[in-house]
Ligand binder design. Structure first.
Ligand code: UD1
Length: 419
């Protein structure tokens, strides 16, 4: 297993390019199962999660060709069973349920287990399928959904923690081939949901309202092949903006979508950083002493839960008391104990972290627990005195395309070594 060593203290400067979005690529690749015809997807990031998704598609019988960032999937035939050994590696595998149900009228997928950020249920996905007319059975760790025929329905997908992103994706992917009109109320409005809806519409689906809380889907008889460019990864972009804020002398992210990053740039300007925006790029600049912040994570367009850990790393060295509340995954605080090992002063009170900024962090061996928590530890290491050793780097490789190389391009002293 690899680990990353971050030698703290180098200022970051320069520019990097943002990769295609992981959270768009995964459901879009799954959506290629909805047609027999070839689909070509550009800007698919080179990550272990996208590799797992392609493995699942191949296991189901699809042909996959990959040439750098372009992937062509042809699912002339598809099996409807995705077993545990292919699914267990990635929770997002659950998003093959919707397209398989839509196309085959049945799907069996191993139930995702919990993960460090919480228990991660899929009850809302199943509620949506049921409303479309599917029955379901849980047996031997698998969930099987099946229906002689899918019928459009009015479905409210809002749960106690707000809308569900992959749940909205899944129900939308089943509903595109249902008979009649489906209305999803309480839909997730994340840019990745819009990207999926755009792709499905290119395949011949009739979806309106993407980006709002109400999706209207008029079912069609079949979908055809299509070509699509994945949107830029707003969480990777946000992570590099925070890296620039923590240790930067002027960091620019190119090939980004500034409109998707408003909550993050607002948080950074709230902290006192200067942000310069151009059409597809953003620059973060120091601007005197950084200020503490009160922040709550919320569904889009609010501040993303996927950026909470990285902001905690930044606020750990910002003078004054910051208060961060996690509303989407209330238990998502595995990074707090690790940041404390580096000298951060933070206390958890339920789903709120109270952070008293310290003047210095010190490098330490720390353990990555999930994707974004791992990124937060690398960011903290950029500012810490000495060497921060981040182990379990496979978490980072799940979701960041060449994070260490991109940080090196900006001037960080960072190396990847075998454990
Ligand atoms: C997606 C993202 C993940 C991000 C999350 C929230 C992908 C591959 N992953 O995950 O990076 O952190 O959105 O923006 O796109 N919930 C239920 N029942 C359900 C489904 C969800 O109660 O059936 C709850 C969850 O436990 C959580 C909240 O709803 O508290 C939001 O989860 P959800 O939006 O579904 O997350 P994912 O789509 O799994």
């Amino acid at each position: 297993m690899d680990k990353i060593l971050v030698h703290g203290g180098n200022g970051l400067a320069g520019s990097i390019k943002i990769s295609g979005s992981k959270n768009s690529a995964l459901p879009i690749l799954a959506a290629t199962l909805l047609t027999r015809e070839p689909c070509t997807i550009h800007r698919v990031p080179d990550l272990s999660d996208t590799h797992y998704m392609l493995q699942i598609l191949m296991h189901l019988g699809a042909q996959v060709e990959r040439a750098s960032g372009t992937v062509t999937v042809t699912a002339e035939k598809t099996d409807s069973v995705a077993p545990y050994d292919v699914v267990r590696k990635m929770r997002a595998s659950v998003c093959v349920l919707g397209p398989l149900l839509g196309r085959c009228k049945e799907a069996t997928v191993a139930l995702p287990g919990g993960c460090v950020i919480g228990d991660r249920p899929i009850d809302l996905h199943l509620k949506g399928f049921e409303a479309l007319g599917a029955a379901m059975r849980v047996q031997g760790g698998d969930v099987k959904v099946f229906a002689p025929k899918l019928n459009g329905a009015v479905i409210n997908l809002r749960g106690k923690f707000g809308p569900t992103v992959l749940g909205t994706d899944n129900v939308m992917m089943a509903a595109v081939l249902a008979e009649g009109t489906t209305v999803i109320e309480g839909a997730a409005a994340e840019p990745e949901v819009c990207d999926l809806a755009d792709f499905l519409n290119k395949m011949g689906a009739k979806i309106e309202g993407a980006g709002t809380r109400r999706l209207i889907i008029e079912g069609v008889k079949e979908l055809h092949g299509a070509e699509h460019d994945i949107i830029p990864d707003r969480i990777e972009a946000g992570t590099f903006l925070v890296a620039g804020a923590i240790a930067g002398k002027g960091v620019t992210i190119n090939r980004a979508e500034p409109q998707h990053l408003t909550a993050i740039t607002n948080a950074l300007t709230g902290c006192g950083f200067k942000i310069e925006a151009k059409k597809n790029s953003l620059t973060v600049l120091p601007n005197g002493v950084a200020k503490p912040l009160e922040l709550e994570t919320e569904p889009y367009p609010g501040f993303p839960t996927d950026m909470q850990a990285q902001m905690c790393a930044l606020l750990s060295t910002t003078d004054g008391i910051s208060v961060v509340t996690e509303n989407v995954f209330p238990q998502r605080y595995m990074h707090v104990a690790e940041l404390k090992r580096m000298g951060a002063n933070m206390q958890l009170e339920g789903s709120t972290a109270v952070i008293q900024g310290v003047h210095r962090l010190t490098g330490a061996p720390v353990m990555a627990s999930d994707l974004r928590a791992s990124a937060a530890l690398v960011l903290a290491g950029l500012k810490a005195e000495g060497i921060t050793e981040v182990s379990r780097v496979y978490h980072i490789d799940r979701g960041y395309e060449h994070l260490d190389e991109k940080l090196s391009e900006l001037g960080a002293h960072i190396e990847r070594v075998k454990e």
